[in-house]
Design a binder for this molecule. Structure first.
Ligand SMILES: *Cc1c(COP(=O)(O)O)cnc(C)c1O
Length: 402
């Protein structure tokens, strides 16, 4: 029996639009979802939830996975399980999607924003080290911020765009300063550092299976960890903190954050195709590298020593001769021509809810934001569409430069 997805690859691009990042659902998604419907196992208990959790944990190289409704909820649970409390501080990337910072506020802790560095675009570990050594102190096995007197409980590096933070350095610093490490690996599925998967370095790694990520459930997320206690804790919190199998007894405030079996079924089918997706993405990146090297004033996505990137969002940087207005105009023109291009995230430390929080020498993040453009990079991107896109980009960027 065949369960071919109704949508052929690139069906959304049939109107000519080349999307930034669209899902590709041509594996066993239909078959697995049908199995859920045929058996009646549609809710948050079921074999696909267990199989998906086990498969993600295995892929990441961690002992356990606990699925959640989305990556943001998984970040919330990771912070709670790591005992981040009201009025604590969490060191977090400033060049990131807003979700991990919001999660810090869900537990009523405060972010301390860390800069990105030019070589990797990820959290600047030299600044992390300087911040900890010069502005913090350790007393009775706990780390305190000397400026605010608050306890710093954790560090939350965000692996962005399919690249990776320097986890060896971050974990070493975290041990020295008694900090928990929560890795936001929501954009990092398939990314390794010296052959070890991101999300397996910290106390908890967090993944997202939102529609724009490299593999998707439609919406979904997961905490992975090798720690038994953290696993139990996250499972408990995500299932309403249920303390008795029969009676409705809850000793703590719980959450209804579990993923449903139907969505886990889609996720499992997606995970089965991850290696194929990674191949496609890496091939796309090589084409961008070869095709765009000739544009003056544009730098390509960085290569980081030891990191095998997934190129989740292939992103370029315009150099200083382009103004911010020109970058915006170029992006607008490309979108009008039918090519999905996007800016990076507005520096989170300057957003309305966060402008009053502590930022440590955040200087590169606004500049990277000002100069970056993410390019069409779906698994469905054809060589022909990519060639047409690069032609348009080269022409328009050349006009601006000229
Ligand atoms: C997508 C994403 C999230 C949030 O995941 P959702 O599943 O959309 O809640 C968190 N952090 C980063 C860096 C992301 O890219």
């Amino acid at each position: 029996m065949s369960f071919k997805a109704a949508a052929e690859p690139g069906v959304k691009s049939a109107n000519g639009f080349v999307p930034l990042s669209e899902p590709y659902l041509n594996g066993r998604e239909w078959e697995y979802v049908k199995e859920c419907l045929d058996t009646g196992w549609v809710s948050s208990v079921g074999s696909f939830v267990d199989r998906f959790e086990a498969a993600v944990a295995e892929r990441v190289g961690a002992r356990h996975g606990v699925s959640c409704v989305n990556g943001t909820a998984a970040l919330h649970m990771a912070l709670l399980a790591c005992d981040v409390r009201p009025d604590d501080e969490v060191i977090v990337s400033s060049l990131t999607f807003v979700a991990p910072v919001n999660a810090v506020r869900y537990v009523q802790a405060h972010p301390v924003f860390m800069d990105a560095d030019y070589d990797t675009w990820q959290m600047d570990v030299k600044k992390v080290e300087r911040f900890l050594r010069e502005h913090c102190l350790v007393r009775d096995g706990a780390c305190y911020n000397k400026t605010t007197s608050r306890r710093i409980r954790a560090i939350l590096p965000v692996h962005i765009l399919g690249l990776a933070c320097d986890m060896e350095k971050i974990v070493t610093l975290a041990r020295e300063f008694h900090l928990k490490v929560i890795e936001d690996a929501c954009e990092g599925m398939g990314v390794t550092i010296n052959a070890r998967h991101v999300g397996s370095f910290g106390d908890v790694g967090v993944f997202s299976f939102n529609g724009n990520k490299i593999i998707t459930c439609g919406g979904g997320g997961m905490c992975v960890t090798s720690d038994e206690d953290l696993t139990q804790r996250i499972r408990y919190l995500t299932t309403q903190a249920k303390d008795d199998p029969i009676e409705y007894i809850h000793h703590e405030i719980g959450y209804n954050y579990r993923l449903t079996n139907v969505l886990a079924a889609i996720g499992l089918a997606q995970l089965e195709q991850l290696d194929h997706f990674l191949e496609k993405k890496r091939d796309m990146a090589r084409r961008y590298e070869q095709g765009l090297i000739i544009i003056e004033g544009v730098s390509l996505m960085p290569k980081i020593n030891g990191v095998d990137s997934s190129y989740w969002l292939y992103t370029i940087l315009l150099d200083d001769k382009f103004s911010f207005e020109e970058r915006r105009r170029l992006m607008g023109q490309l979108n009008r021509l039918g090519f999905g291009c996007r800016p990076l995230w507005h520096p989170v430390n300057t957003l309305n809810p966060y402008a009053h929080e502590l930022s440590f020498e955040v200087e590169r993040t606004p500049d990277l934001y000002r100069r970056a453009i993410s390019l069409p990079g779906s698994v469905t991107l054809t060589h022909e569409d990519q060639r047409r896109f690069m032609e348009a980009l080269i022409l328009l960027a050349g006009r601006l430069a000229g």
